[in-house]
Design a binder for this molecule. Structure first.
Ligand SMILES: [Zn+2]
Length: 257
């Protein structure tokens, strides 16, 4: 294993030395490991070609870190060092539940501490079916709690809803929207699992403009809502979920409580 790594390293080094913008053919024949060589060649060429006098021509690479994704649980890596505790202190009297045409959106104050950093809850909303899937499987509903830090960083806490007993907090949201009211939502914590184990990865907003570098914390444990509540939400929205996106080079991490 070690030997292979070393020879690959040497190989890359040779390729980088040998191949630049003015690549020469005899040098590239030096190896029979074609794949590794091609990779190194591409890297070498790219870095050689950065032209600082023509910065408008630089290619902007985006779109490789999109959300949602399918969470393949057996591929999740344990976070190390694992200090990823989430503490949530969302407001108790949330008002302003509104149907924004895409989803029910609730504006609120409230704070959270995610992995040692401070965030403010800016809004939360719901999708049906769930946007993230776990080993290919959708849940009926997924809530997104959008948290923003002072420097503008966005961290979204995703919570799956599964069919079970009625959820008081979710009913307050549905009642507000159905009756066009702004009654306080007092049971917000019903919509967040008490166990804060999660999957974490870097992704994007799931609605345009699809900004990347959004931190995702998808709770492992779902909360329950009744089948009547699922139907009620689906009357307002069905299929307001974006399709899962390719993982590409990203890792999915996990934190267990
Ligand atoms: Zn969302």
């Amino acid at each position: 294993m070690k030997r292979k790594t070393l020879s690959l390293l040497l190989l890359s080094f040779t390729a980088v030395l040998a191949v630049g913008c003015t690549s020469n053919k005899s040098a590239s024949d030096a190896s029979d490991k074609k794949e590794a060589k091609t990779e190194s060649t591409t890297h070498a060429k790219k870095s050689e070609h950065i032209d600082y006098d023509d910065q408008e021509e630089w290619e902007f690479s985006a779109g490789k870190m999109q959300s949602p994704i399918d969470i393949v649980t057996k591929k999740a890596e344990v976070m190390t060092p694992d200090t990823g505790t989430i503490t949530i202190d969302y407001g108790k009297d949330i008002t302003k539940a509104e149907n924004n045409g895409h989803s029910i959106q609730i504006t609120d104050g409230g704070t959270s501490v995610i992995n040692g950093r401070n965030f403010t809850l800016s809004q939360f909303h719901f999708h049906a079916e769930s946007e993230h899937t776990v080993d290919g499987k959708h849940y009926p509903i997924e809530a997104h709690f959008v948290n923003t830090a002072q420097d503008g960083r966005i961290a979204v806490i995703g919570v799956f809803f599964k069919e079970g007993i009625e959820n008081k907090g979710f009913q307050e949201v549905l009642d507000d929207v159905n009756n066009d009211k702004n009654d306080p939502i007092t049971d917000l914590n019903d919509m967040i699992p008490s166990n804060r184990s999660y999957y974490h990865y870097l992704g994007s907003l799931t609605t345009p403009p699809l900004n990347e570098n959004v931190e995702w914390y998808v709770m492992k444990e779902p909360v329950e809502v009744s089948s009547a509540q699922i139907e009620e939400f689906k009357k307002l929205y069905s299929h307001n979920n974006r399709e899962v996106q390719p993982l590409n080079d990203r890792s999915i991490l996990e934190h267990d409580e």
